[in-house]
Write a protein that binds this ligand. Structure first.
Ligand code: ZN
Length: 238
């Protein structure tokens, strides 16, 4: 392999390396994983919120049960004392008291039914949320596995290309490598072109006869008179 071929080889390897490194960053499962992880965090926050609301309702329910017990005890107490009553005014008072207590009992019973219904709804919501959370967790596991597999195969490609690059670079002089590195940076990886007939492979500007004979005099590797890339004139010559 002559210097021109070695340079073209090196460039092809570097382009492939860039593609592989980009592919590593662009693994689709990794982007989806990030989205799924955010989704999972939102679901867990929602779950915490639902549980907190349910606990509050359960405490309110206990209060209502206490209210009911107290009112019930007060009713029993009032009824027990009614046997001693002979005074009309006190009978009226007692009736009023029992009527108030009956309202309190109704209110406590209604409140409890309401809380029970709300708690049942929240429990159903929690169950649905748990099922969704499980699905998302499973999706994350699957995606992580797929991302790992995808990354592994690309990383293997990168390792192979890096070994190839080392061999290709070893066949070139320090000066040639330096010139290639400078041009590669300047031309964003497309540093070396080869002459195809009278046309350089990258800039595609047809060379004039005088340019061609100029290149002929300078030997196998020169600079393109148009784009100033490294121009490999003849890849067949040894
Ligand atoms: Zn050119």
């Amino acid at each position: 392999m002559n210097v021109g071929e070695a340079l073209l080889d090196l460039q092809a390897i570097d382009l492939a390396l860039n593609r592989s490194k980009q592919a590593l960053q662009d693994i689709p499962q990794i982007k989806e994983l990030a989205q799924r992880r955010k989704q999972l965090m939102r679901l867990k926050a929602d779950h915490t919120d639902l549980v907190a609301r349910r606990k509050d309702l359960e405490l309110e329910l206990i209060d209502l049960e206490d209210d009911e017990r107290l009112a019930q005890a007060a009713v029993e107490e009032a009824q027990a004392s009614s046997e001693d009553l002979t005074d009309y005014r006190r009978v009226q008072e007692l009736e009023q008291r029992l009527s108030d207590l009956a309202k309190q009992l109704d209110k406590a019973a209604y409140g409890q039914r309401e809380k029970h219904a709300q708690i049942d709804q929240l429990l159903a919501d929690e169950q649905a949320l748990t099922a969704r959370t499980k699905k998302v967790e499973q999706a994350i596991l699957d995606l992580a596995k797929a991302a790992r597999a995808a990354a592994e195969s690309i990383q293997a490609d990168v390792a192979t290309l890096e070994a190839k690059r080392e061999r290709a670079a070893a066949s070139l002089s320090d000066d040639a490598l330096k010139a290639y590195a400078v041009a590669s940076k300047r031309f964003k990886g497309l540093a070396v072109e080869k002459l195809e007939g009278k046309v350089p492979s990258i800039c595609r500007m047809t060379l004039t006869e005088s340019s061609l004979s100029d290149l002929e005099r300078k030997g196998g590797i020169t600079t393109c008179p148009y784009c100033h890339r490294i121009l490999v004139r003849d890849t067949d010559a040894q």
